[in-house]
Design a protein around this ligand. Structure first.
Ligand code: PXP
Length: 239
C-alpha cells in the first residue's frame, strides 16, 4: 500500500504566536522545520476572526512551503479572494460557522450543491485542487462528486470518539465510503482528532487514503516529545 502523506496543521502554533502579539514562534520557520522533520504537507485554516493563522500569513507560507500547501476553511467571499490569490496546491472546503471552536461536521453536499459547484469551479479555474470535507456517508460522497470536487476529506471526529469502544465499528463507514470515492474517481483525505492511538489503524483499514491533516494532537504530543520526534512518530504510523 502506498504511503499516506502527513500534512501538519500549524493553526495551534499561530494561536501561540498571536497570544503575545509578536512573531514568536515564527510560523514560516515552523513550516520549514515541519517539512525538514518529515511532514509532506502544511495545512492552515484561516477563520474569519483570524484567531489562529491570519490571512496575511498565507502568501508568506506559500513562499516557503516546498511540499504541499493546503488551505482549509469556509469558502466565504474573503476566503475565496485570498485563496485564489495565493494559489495553494489544495483548498479544503469546510462548513464551519464563524464562531465555531473547531470543525465538527462535513458538508451536506446535496443541500449545498449549487453553492459548492460554483466555488469548486472558481478554485479549479485558478489551478487549485479542491477537496470537500464530508462525513462518511455515501450520499455525501456522491454529492461531492456531483459538484466536481477532486477529493473528499473525511471528518474523523466520530471515528476518533468511537475508536476506543470498537475500532472495527468506528471505521466501517469510512472503509465503505472510501471504496465508493475511489470508484467514483475521487481522491481521499481524512482529518480531525487523529492521533498516535487511532491513526495507524485508520490508515491500514481505509484503502485509497492519500493524505491526513493533523493539528491538535500533534502539537500536544510535541510538548512532550519535541516537534521533530513527534512528526517522525506520526510519519511512522503512516508507512
Ligand atoms: N481537517 C479539517 C477540515 C479541520 O477543520 C481540522 C481542524 O482545523 C483538521 C483537519 C485537523 O484536526 P485536528 O486539529 O483535530 O488534528
Amino acid at each position: 500500500m502506498a504511503t499516506v502523506r502527513l500534512s501538519v496543521n500549524i493553526n495551534k502554533i499561530a494561536l501561540i504566536r498571536n497570544s503575545r502579539g509578536s512573531n514568536q514562534p515564527d510560523l514560516t520557520q515552523i513550516a520549514r522545520d515541519c517539512e525538514a522533520f518529515g511532514a509532506q504537507g502544511i495545512t492552515v485554516h484561516p477563520r474569519p476572526d483570524e484567531r489562529h493563522v491570519r490571512f496575511d500569513d498565507l502568501p508568506l507560507l506559500k513562499d516557503v512551503v516546498t511540499t504541499e500547501f493546503n488551505i482549509e476553511g469556509n469558502p466565504d467571499a474573503r476566503f475565496m479572494r485570498e485563496v485564489i490569490q495565493v494559489q495553494p496546491h489544495q483548498a479544503t472546503l469546510v462548513p464551519d460557522g464563524p464562531q465555531a471552536l473547531t470543525s465538527d461536521q462535513g458538508w451536506d453536499t446535496t443541500k449545498y450543491h449549487d453553492f459548492l459547484q460554483d466555488v469548486v469551479a472558481q478554485l479549479q479555474a485558478a489551478g487549485i485542487r479542491v477537496s470537500i470535507f464530508v462525513d462518511a456517508d455515501e450520499r455525501l460522497v456522491e454529492g461531492a462528486k456531483a459538484v466536481g470536487a477532486d477529493r473528499i476529506e473525511f471528518y474523523t471526529g466520530h471515528y476518533a470518539k468511537d475508536f476506543s469502544k470498537n475500532p472495527a465499528e468506528a471505521v466501517k463507514k469510512h472503509v465503505q465510503c472510501a471504496q465508493l470515492a475511489v470508484n467514483l474517481g475521487l481522491g481521499v483525505n481524512a482529518g480531525h482528532d487523529l492521533n498516535l492511538q487511532n491513526l495507524n489503524y485508520y490508515k491500514n483499514e481505509v484503502h485509497g487514503l492519500q493524505e491526513v491533516s493533523i493539528g491538535h494532537a500533534l502539537v500536544c504530543d510535541a510538548m512532550y516529545f519535541g516537534l521533530q520526534n513527534t512528526i517522525q512518530m506520526y510519519v511512522r504510523q503512516l508507512i
